[in-house]
Design a protein around this ligand. Sequence first.
Ligand SMILES: [Zn+2]
Length: 192
Amino acid sequence: MIITEETKLKILCEEVKTIKEGEEIGAQLLKELTESENGIGLAANQIGINKRVCVINVKEPLVLINPRIVERSEEQFMFSEGCLSFPKKYVRTGRHISVTVETDNHEGKMVFTSDSDKVDDAFECACVQHEIDHLDGITMFDRAVVAQPYKAPEKIGRNERVTITDGKETKELKWKKAQPLVESGDWEMATI
Ligand SMILES: [Zn+2]
């Protein structure tokens, strides 16, 4: 059973004492994840166990026991994400472009980066940040990026070229083409 009450997901999870305990929780999480609809990650507190274990399954199933983000890029990317605890809700979040994670059950450091051509890399990178957030009682709503409504200054001419960005892609367009995109909130004027 996946917990959907937000208040129950706001609790800071405790470290597990042994790898064995972590692996048992990891196995339950992977089972629950397999039975879910389109789930790619799950944290222990989402099934009512307030311990620091989460799983992600984008390229391969990974159990992370007592995971810690030890390095994070300052730069972020925008990601549209959902959560098994909040069915049919999606939020645009800001996530670090890369994070380095240490756990108790994987040797050395694990690097997750969205800085690649493969969509799976971005999914995995956002997913690991989303799941570790859960263990800290943080949900995707706490990471939501709200695009600032943009008021066009009157001085921009209709045929003047402007640069806009959606956080990933940058376009140069005439203002008459760019204006509806900027007003939709999905694109912003690029700061150069
Ligand atoms: Zn979630």
